[in-house]
Design a protein around this ligand. Structure first.
Ligand code: AMP
Ligand code: ZN
Length: 455
């Protein structure tokens, strides 16, 4: 079933219409976090992308089923041949699973703060070992994979005819010695092969028994096994950050397709571009990693990040700055104040078809926001403004109906507002008016709405 939503497909290198293969729901898989640290605002940009897709599909009248994995084992670091989880566990001197569960919880808290709607499932890699082993066994039977002399299992890149279709990195271009993945070669038969299962070697933690001996899974096989198990024989849309295009998604595609006799498992591959902060790539070593908590500690609403991110198209590289976040924070507060006022006008229905066109055209959120800013300043009636902003908040999810933050108030203002609320409840309108004037004198305009007093 066609959805009317067009997105940039990395493999086709053009815009394609999202279709649901099962008539009921668009099946989406989004690569999730590796839970050895908190997600930074760049990671959150990618997680926001799948939410924007889901919300837009809902807005256009379609249902979507999102699955996002939790990587708590097997993601090797690029710089050195070490599992990211175990490296962190050594650093913190804590059990790797304790660390994983803690950061997984932080991940869910961050998503909730950004109004990123919940996926249907968040399967953990460490709890999907049997799924991965079954898939690896199947790939060995099909001769797409082999057991190396070191007890690890490798995927045979040359057995997969269309390797490189997503990234353009064809096997012929990947010369021996070309370091496109970890430094270690193990017992690969061909330089571009990769491990599906790694023999434990000296490793004692986060290992599982397997038909090939004790070991642990590779990162790429995790997403193949989980996407096929939880979403079925077709994945309509696969989402991730641009850095995952190669080798992660290329290898994932080879594994998944090979296991279903070279049928295409994923219909569309959509990648979010990277986020820079104050002009630089965020990295631990440079000390410029920004977390959602850093925004909160500066007194900013986490949704200021959501708005700032949406002011750029997902597939353009974006440079986020503190001043952009502060400006976004101000905009949200102003919109909430305006909306409380516009809410007093009579309710009407509005035509939002223009906005649907913007979103359906490859999630043009910058245009949606520009149009809302223009509407805010325009001569349109309060009723029109209210209805349009509220309708668009289904996708923007900026909590525009929330009362402006209590924390902004001084103690004096808070006490006056509380006293006025009490006076109104007691129908003491004389006192209520006196208090209104006192509030006005300290710069606070009070409005009486059907839902109570707002300011
Ligand atoms: P990780 O937790 O490192 O596995 O990354 C989670 C997701 O964030 C992946 O989809 C990455 O592609 C994505 N990602 C990593 N860095 C950035 C960045 N600076 N901007 C946007 N997305 C990113
Ligand atoms: Zn993945």
């Amino acid at each position: 079933m066609k959805t009317g939503l067009f997105l940039a497909d990395t493999k086709a290198r053009t815009l394609l219409e999202v279709e649901s293969s099962n008539e009921s729901s668009v099946r989406i898989y989004c690569c999730g976090p590796t839970v050895y640290r908190d997600a930074h605002v760049g990671n959150l940009r990618t997680f926001l992308l799948s939410d924007l897709i889901v919300r837009t599909l809902n807005f256009l009248g379609h249902s979507a089923t999102l699955v996002q994995n939790i990587t708590d084992v097997g993601h090797m670091s690029d710089d050195f041949e070490e599992d990211k989880m175990l490296a962190q566990s050594q650093l913190e001197r804590r059990d790797p699973f304790t660390i994983a569960r803690e950061y997984e919880e932080h991940f869910h808290t961050d998503l909730a703060r950004l109004n990123i709607s919940k996926a249907k499932r968040y399967p953990r890699a460490s709890e999907s070992i049997e799924l991965m082993q079954a898939l690896i066994e199947h790939l060995i039977e099909l001769k797409s994979a082999y057991v190396g002399e070191d007890g690890s299992v490798y995927f045979s890149a040359q057995s997969f005819p269309t390797y490189g279709a997503i990234s353009g990195n064809r096997l012929d271009d990947l010369k021996p010695g070309h370091r496109y993945e970890y430094t270690e070669d193990g017992a690969k038969r061909f330089h571009a092969d990769w491990a599906l299962w790694k023999a434990a070697g000296k490793r004692t933690e986060m290992i599982w028994p397997s038909p090939w001996g004790a070991g642990f899974p590779g990162w790429h096989i995790e997403c193949s096994a989980m996407s096929m198990h939880f979403l079925g024989e077709t994945v309509d849309l696969h989402v991730g950050g641009i850095d995952l295009r190669f080798p992660h998604h290329e290898n994932e595609r080879a594994q998944s397709n090979a296991s279903i006799h070279n049928r295409e498992l994923v219909s569309m591959w959509v990648h979010g571009e990277h986020l820079l902060f104050e002009g630089r790539k965020m990295s631990k070593s440079a000390g410029n990693v920004v977390l959602l908590n850093d925004l909160i500690n500066k007194g900013l609403d986490p949704l200021a990040l959501r708005l700032a991110l949406m002011e750029n198209r997902y597939r353009s590289q974006m440079d986020l700055t503190w001043s952009a976040l502060e400006a976004a924070n101000k905009t949200i507060l102003r919109w909430r104040r305006n909306i409380a006022q516009w809410a007093l006008a009579p309710r009407i229905e509005v035509d939002i078809s223009d906005f649907k066109v913007f979103l359906a055209n490859d999630l043009d959120t910058p245009k949606v926001i520009l149009q809302l800013r223009a509407l805010e300043k325009s001569e349109a009636t309060d009723s029109q403004k209210y209805a349009t902003f509220i309708a668009m908040d289904r996708v923007l999810a900026l909590d525009l109906q929330r009362r402006t933050q209590e924390e902004e108030l001084s103690t004096e203002a808070r006490e006056l507002l509380d006293a006025r609320e009490l006076a109104r409840a007691n129908k003491d309108f004389v006192m209520s008016d006196v208090l209104r004037e006192k509030l006005q004198a300290i710069g606070i305009d009070v409005l009486d709405t059907p839902d109570g007093q707002s300011w």
